[in-house]
Design a protein around this ligand. Structure first.
Ligand code: NAP
Length: 294
């Protein structure tokens, strides 16, 4: 296998953690596992539930479906209008739970109110929870039991591992505590023996905490919120954010890249950092689900 690119941010010592390249590697490895499943007559299949007309959700779902196909995973996308009933969605989840040809199910977030996304997640069979965000999967993470890892934090751990960045004994600071990202991220880092601080909107003197971080994960949802002055020299900086900013092309991360790269020893770009890893982990979890169920 080709060695990973070791590129640095121009005029700095910051190694670029190239999520695109690592995700490509993951997909190559998955193709072999998918071929082995195909040889046994099993076609791994991801079913996606998409509710409403959020343009970003539609784009994400298209990307996920296309990437599935690129490695030989079948994908089904069921799109429902925002005025669909909760009962219809629950019946669909029940049908997928019972369907042996469907190995993984993704409920695209957000399911618009007044529909109850939490109730749908509760209903999903944890063996098919390839997004790793049902209460059962998160509970297993707390208990240190096997379960599918939530895709974005799992992608971040995989990216750190791919570059040989050790986690054990490091002080990791996670800014953000959402159920899909910040909380499972903190738990995964803790399970890998980091000392973990979790920051959120009520944290006092945020910069005091972020400056302690050997590994800083920004999962805030605020463009360029973490700046170079908030970092310890040599920190590894992971930017999970992608934000649309009026007047700017493409997505903007939660980290001010240029100022952070002057201080960091390694940093993820946006795009091309965490985003591709998230999709790769969804595929990896789906293949694992198919292997487990076959
Ligand atoms: P979220 O549910 O809105 O959570 C944001 C978190 O940031 C909350 O815990 C919030 O604290 C915290 N926060 C808000 N303002 C803060 C402040 N001033 N200081 C410290 N913490 C603050 O967002 P999310 O779903 O976790 O997503 C976070 C970012 O990651 C977004 O940019 C999103 O687009 C991106 N994302 C990327 C991927 C990917 O594949 N790359 C996947 C999912 C999400 P409280 O809990 O106190 O409100």
């Amino acid at each position: 296998m080709e060695p990973l690119p070791r590129n640095y941010v121009p005029e700095t010592d910051a190694l670029i953690l190239d999520g695109k390249a690592v995700a490509q590697r993951v997909r190559e490895q998955l193709k072999q596992r998918v071929a082995a499943l195909h040889a046994r007559g099993v076609v791994p299949c991801l079913a996606v539930m998409l509710v409403g007309d959020d343009p970003a959700s539609h784009t994400y779902v298209r990307t996920k479906a296309k990437t599935c196909e690129s490695v030989g995973i079948r994908s089904i996308v069921k799109h429902y209008p925002a005025d669909v009933t909760q009962a219809t969605l629950e019946a669909q989840i029940d049908a997928w739970n019972a369907d042996p040809t469907v190995h993984g199910v993704l409920i695209q977030h957000p399911v618009p109110a007044p529909l109850n996304e939490g109730a749908l997640l509760h209903r999903l069979d944890p063996r098919k929870d390839v997004d790793g965000i049902t209460p059962a999967s998160l509970g297993a993470l707390v208990a240190g039991e096997p379960a599918f890892g939530a895709c974005t934090p799992l992608g971040i751990i995989t990216l750190l591992d791919a570059y040989g960045i050790s986690i054990e004994g490091k002080h990791a600071v996670v800014v953000g505590r959402s159920v899909i990202l910040g909380k499972p991220m903190a738990l995964m880092l803790l399970n890998r023996n980091a000392t973990v601080t979790i920051c959120h909107s009520r944290t006092r003197d945020l910069a005091h905490h972020t400056r302690q971080a050997d590994i800083l994960v920004a999962a805030v949802g605020k463009p360029e919120f973490i700046t170079g002055e908030m970092l310890k020299p040599g920190a590894v900086v992971i930017d999970a954010g992608y934000n649309r900013v009026e007047g700017r092309k493409g997505d903007v991360g939660d980290v001010a890249f240029e100022s952070a790269a002057r201080v960091a020893s390694a940093i993820t770009p946006v795009p091309g950092g965490v985003g591709p890893m998230t999709v790769a982990m969804l595929l990896q979890n789906t293949v694992l689900a198919a292997e487990q169920q076959a």
